[in-house]
Design a protein around this ligand. Structure first.
Ligand SMILES: NC(=O)c1ccc[n+]([C@@H]2O[C@H](COP(=O)([O-])OP(=O)(O)OC[C@H]3O[C@@H](n4cnc5c(N)ncnc54)[C@H](OP(=O)(O)O)[C@@H]3O)[C@@H](O)[C@H]2O)c1
Length: 360
């Protein structure tokens, strides 16, 4: 049986579900494809648990239990202060980044240059400078389906269109579950302050809701889509419209939450304006060769994005081939299980390539 070593960076909500999914499907994958995933290392932000010939199931389960309890990997035999960057690997391995960390795109690119492969749910390595994106994605070395739309087939659909000779006219997308939830609440007549507090309470927002309301996450996804189309854009070329004024960007989280009511009147006015023309207010990313816009837009009621409700995502690809009616991908664009499944599908596709290359 061939083994495919995995180094996993991040053991948060998605990372822990990914380990569980791999353990649950490992035997089925072995009998279907003749390889077996072996975890040679797990990393959180401050420690590393590694074993050259693969961590045993009880070791993985202990690591999951420790992380679920909010502990460091070092409490279950990991080494505090050590990171995946220092790992010496003798076999071609897959680095799977399910962290939310910034700043290690260069280290991942070096692993790609050394012949290893990368699978990402983390958007940040692909939304740093363009040369880093190129280095990471050279020769298809990195798969990143889960960075945009979680488990939905967004990147693979776009790549399939382009690889088969189609040309992009534009992508229109609503790709934040959190902001979609807020748009639906606003349309139902809720004040923005109440909707944000409810989303915060339900865990739909980041701990600081401004991380969602700034639009930065949508901006990163738009940049990844643009770069997937071959557009060599710098991060500054996409400027998402924030949901709050600059004055509220600098205050503490507690003060921001206390001052949310200041946003109610302006948002009520925007909803009323949309409803006057029979339209729908949506947070939309539009990407074409000439540029991208990311912000709140009033859409006509027959627009595909106007029919969206709640946290679902929708991606509409208008191309030379799909000119009259766009190709649409729609569904849940967040959630630990669907995101981990998107990552696992990328891992399996990458492992199959590695195993096929060994057989050549
Ligand atoms: N949740 C979703 O629905 C969804 C959908 C699509 C994409 N994603 C992306 O998937 C990633 C993971 O999401 P999540 O919800 O699992 O996040 P999370 O629960 O916040 O977990 C993040 C994990 O990353 C680890 N980490 C942070 N900095 C690190 C570093 N420098 N080196 C190594 N590990 C580090 C954290 O370590 P500690 O445990 O030590 O804090 C934690 O284990 C994010 O990039 C997110 O944007 C999530």
């Amino acid at each position: 049986m061939k083994t495919v070593p995995i180094v996993q960076i991040g053991l948060g909500g998605v990372g822990r579900v990914l380990v569980q999914q791999i353990l649950a499907h490992r035997e089925a994958l072995a009998s279907r494809y003749g390889f077996r995933f072996d975890y040679v290392a797990l990393a959180d932000r401050a420690s590393l648990r590694a074993r050259r010939n693969g961590l045993a199931v009880p070791e993985l389960e202990a690591a999951l239990a420790a992380k679920a309890a909010g502990q460091r990997l070092s409490v279950t035999g990991g080494t505090a202060g050590m990171t995946w960057r220092s790992l010496a690997l003798t076999q071609t391995s897959i680095f799977v980044d399910v962290s939310a960390a910034a700043g290690h795109h260069q280290a991942l690119a070096e692993r790609v240059t050394a012949g290893h492969r990368v699978v990402l749910a983390n958007k940040k390595p692909l939304s740093a400078d363009y040369p880093a994106f190129q280095a990471l994605t050279a020769h298809g070395a990195t798969r990143y389906e889960a960075t945009v739309g979680a488990g939905l087939p967004v990147i693979s659909t776009l790549q399939g269109l382009l690889d088969s000779g189609d040309t992009l006219t534009c992508i229109e997308a609503a790709m934040s579950g959190t902001l979609g939830f807020l748009c639906t609440a606003l349309e139902a007549g809720q004040p923005l302050s109440a909707a944000v507090r409810e989303a915060h309470r339900l865990g739909y927002t980041e701990p600081d809701p401004r991380d969602d309301l700034s639009g930065a996450d949508v901006g990163r996804k738009a940049l990844i889509l643009a770069r997937t189309c071959g557009l060599p854009w710098a991060p500054e070329q996409i400027a998402p419209e924030p949901w709050f004024p600059a004055a509220l960007a600098q205050v503490s989280l507690a003060e921001f939450m206390a001052r949310l009511e200041e946003l109610d009147a302006p948002f009520a006015a925007r909803v009323a304006e949309a409803q006057t023309v029979g339209g729908a207010l949506r947070y939309v990313a539009t990407i074409s060769a000439v540029g991208a816009s990311v912000g709140l837009r009033v859409l006509p009621s027959d627009h595909p994005l106007a029919s969206l409700r709640g946290p679902d995502n929708l991606f509409s690809f208008t191309t030379a081939r799909y000119a009259e009616r766009p190709l649409v991908v729609r569904g849940p664009g967040a959630g630990q299980a669907v995101t981990a499944a998107g990552v696992l599908a990328d891992l399996v596709a990458t492992a199959r390539e590695l195993v096929a290359a060994l057989n050549v």
